[in-house]
Design a protein around this ligand. Sequence first.
Ligand code: 3HC
Length: 296
Amino acid sequence: MTQSINESIHAVGVVGSGTMGRGIAHTLLRHGYSVLLSDASPHSLAAAAESISNALAGDVEKGRLTEAGKRQALAKLKTSAELALMVSANFIIEAVTEDFSVKAEVLRQLETLCAPEVIFTSNTSSISITRLAAVTSRSGQFCGLHFFNPVPVMKLVEVVAGIETLPETIEKASALAVSLGKTPIRVNDFPGFVSNRVLMPMINEAIYAVMEGVADPQAVDGVMKLGMNHPMGPLELADMIGLDVCLDIMKVLYEGFRDSKYRPCPLLEKMVHARRLGRKTGQGFYDYRSKADTAY
Ligand code: 3HC
């Protein structure tokens, strides 16, 4: 197991145990960190603990971790449905649902639990870091730490500076990303940052192409995979990210820039209304109901 090189961080608090929270917790554990994982839903927490344990077992099978390393990593995971668990954390990664009011409420509670020097980061995919930081009294010690799905595999962490973020906060967050084997790239806080400002309009346009009958999903994805060497087509990727997340991000771009080029495709909205959200609900642009989903 790679040892944590960031000795100043003794316990990372991960709030939210959905796909991203689980992936982040697993990656931290694999690299020797102690992890405090909290989620208001005991059901999601139990499922997260199980999938993290399975993912660590997968690391053992692939020779990335010894059996003893796996046991040590699991011993470093504490879970609780009570946010009070975070009182022992000295670095926070918030990864709850992509909804400003939900994140703001979690941040307000964390503010009362954590010492002022504890750095707060958010894994938000597009909500303004400046706006989230303003909910707390530590906007200098607040930045975006945007991981990519599947977290253990993807090399990038987008480190997002809000208007008040101090350079040392960016440095510490970037050092944490490096200690996880990731490459941090610093960007400024504008709607969608860089990643989703570029990625989501491509996905949205691919959905327009399907809606307008230009081609079916397989053909759209085939063009992008074979013609542009993308590892996944935009519609497969949208199914993996979650169509609800894609729609939320398009809304943030549309409202943030007030520019019609970011209007969400009506077919995307329709699919979200029908709860065809992609892999997580079994149906999106493709049908996953007969396949075991390997994602967290
Ligand atoms: N969770 C964990 N590990 C996974 C995984 C998952 N869901 N899916 C694949 N992997 C691992 C495999 O176990 C394998 O690991 P190994 O090399 O140790 O054996 C490795 O990834 C490669 O997997 P495969 O050989 O099965 O498949 P591929 O070579 O096709 O790679 C992929 C799969 C890495 C998912 C690749 O298709 C890819 O890079 N797709 C694009 C992903 C992407 O763009 N992600 C960003 C989404 S945007 C985002 O997250 C931001 C948000 O704000 C919206």
